[in-house]
Design a protein around this ligand. Structure first.
Ligand code: NAD
Ligand code: USQ
Length: 405
């Protein structure tokens, strides 16, 4: 297949490009490299040293003989160029990763909220409108998030996108399936909820074939392909905005930083290893919906964990100290989470669950590149409201309290 991978320079996008290229697909990466600019804005860098996208593609060709083609394009701002690109290349499938994906970044200031909404909603809508206008019948696979469902404990498994409801009508109760009601917990998660409505409309109105993958928190760094050459290494975010919880705990343990648990750590979240993430995308690509079918929604996760349990597990393996900090986010202190992921299991996914070996691999990567870590960028200081900002802990190491020597 000819596959356009929008956002193919990112944390999940890059290993997906390599995985699908190795499977023999023709891969085109479309990315505006905004994520690299955000690193510059925030004064952080990936834990792992990332080469330019052109250099990464060159190395892949050297190692495998396979070609990855890179196109610098802003999906949110360059609508006409996107349309022209689609007309010229006519992909069989489009995988859409190209959004601002960090909840803390989306809550930093009003400017960051505006950017996240403009970028994410425009990127998704531009793509949908361009597919309709060009008449290209590509299967669109979008990376959505488990967070659209919200994190209140409902006591029942979260279904794969649709909820069976009974509506009382004058002629008696009627059964219906509706999109599971969204309850986003950040501006970022809100944009993914808006994406769902856009997909529903374009599938119903124009017969676009769309799969929306409601993914949990991705952890790990290497996949079979990124291991093949040091310069194919994946990016790895550890900072307070882009670092995700389990990867953060693992690098914190590697550099002797206290594990930064927000609140009581009673938040339960869904997780998936990066290797399974790329595999799920491949499985979804192989099972497209038909034109006229409703949006196909998968829960792309393999297990759920409570944040404090993860911290204690990492502490047990590594001897790290756990610090319970005031939570910079507005979220439930404690929640349960049961998730239905039976569609991917039925398609043949064999879940990689939390194993000490894989956890240790991330700690090893972090130790190897520990010299690249700026400790002052580790605390999560982006607060969900002005009131919460007043109680955020900016120095979990309490360095400010240490006597000067
Ligand atoms: P990332 O930030 O590393 O990658 C996103 C890529 O998209 C970057 O290379 C960025 O430059 C590009 N991009 C952003 N806006 C663009 C635009 N307007 N035009 C062109 N390119 C643009 O993020 P990631 O961790 O790889 O996540 C990829 C997708 O998966 C996101 O949509 C995210 O919401 C979703 N997701 C990620 C996780 C996770 O834990 N990382 C979990 C669930 C869902
Ligand atoms: N948390 C801590 N300590 C930390 C960092 C986070 O306790 O140092 C807590 C947070 O308060 C939150 C939970 O861990 O309760 C998860 O936070 P996270 O930053 O790991 O994940 P989240 O903000 O939900 O976002 C990430 C990705 C996003 C994706 C989402 C999937 O950045 O792109 O959509 O995971 S999900 O969470 O399933 O919606």
């Amino acid at each position: 297949m000819k596959i356009a991978i929008l956002g193919g320079d990112g944390f999940v996008g890059w290993p997906t490009c390599l995985h699908l290229s190795e499977k023999g697909h023709e891969i085109h990466i479309l990315d505006n490299l905004s994520r690299r600019w955000i690193d510059t804005e925030l004064g952080v860098q990936s834990l792992t040293p990332m080469d330019s996208i052109q250099e990464r593609c060159r190395i892949w060709r050297e190692v495998t003989g396979r070609r990855l083609q890179f196109h610098l394009l802003d999906i949110a701002k360059e609508y006409e160029r996107l349309k022209q690109w689609l007309l010229e290349h006519r992909p069989d499938a489009v995988i859409h990763f190209a959004e601002q994906r960090a909840a803390p970044y989306s809550m930093k200031t009003d400017r960051h909220k505006v950017y996240t909404v403009n970028n994410n909603v425009a990127a998704t809508h531009n793509l949908l409108a361009a597919l309709v206008e060009t008449g290209i019948d590509a299967h669109l696979v979008h990376l959505g998030t488990m967070g659209v469902y919200g994190y209140s404990s409902v006591g029942a498994p979260i279904p794969e996108g649709y909820l069976d409801v009974t509506i009382d009508t004058p002629s008696g109760p009627r059964e219906q399936q509706i999109l599971y009601p969204t309850r986003p917990g950040s501006v970022y998660h809100m944009t993914k909820s808006l994406d769902q409505i856009l997909f529903q409309f374009y599938a119903q109105n124009d017969g676009l074939r769309i799969t929306d993958l409601h993914q949990g928190i991705v952890w790990g760094t290497h996949t079979d392909q990124t291991r093949r050459h040091p310069q194919l290494v994946n990016r790895f975010d550890y900072d307070g905005d882009y670092g995700t919880v389990l990867n953060r705990f693992l690098i914190q343990a590697a550099i002797g930083y206290p594990l930064t648990v927000h609140g009581t750590g009673g938040q339960t979240r869904a997780f998936i290893h990066i290797q399974d993430s790329v595999r799920c995308i491949e499985l979804a690509l192989g099972d497209p919906p038909k034109a006229g079918e409703r949006v196909r929604i998968f829960n792309q996760m393999t297990e759920t964990h409570r944040v404090r349990d993860l911290a204690h597990l990492v502490a047990r393996i590594t001897g790290a100290r756990v610090a319970f900090l005031p939570n910079p986010r507005k979220e439930a202190d404690e929640n349960d989470l049961i998730v239905d992921n039976s569609q991917f299991l039925a398609l043949g996914l064999e879940p990689t669950t939390l194993q000490e070996g894989l956890l240790a691999e991330v700690v090893d990567v972090a130790r190897k590149f520990a010299h690249r870590i700026d400790r002052s960028r580790v605390p999560a200081v982006s607060a969900w409201t002005k009131e919460i900002a007043e109680r955020v802990d900016r120095d979990p190491e309490r360095r400010a309290l240490r006597p000067a020597i």
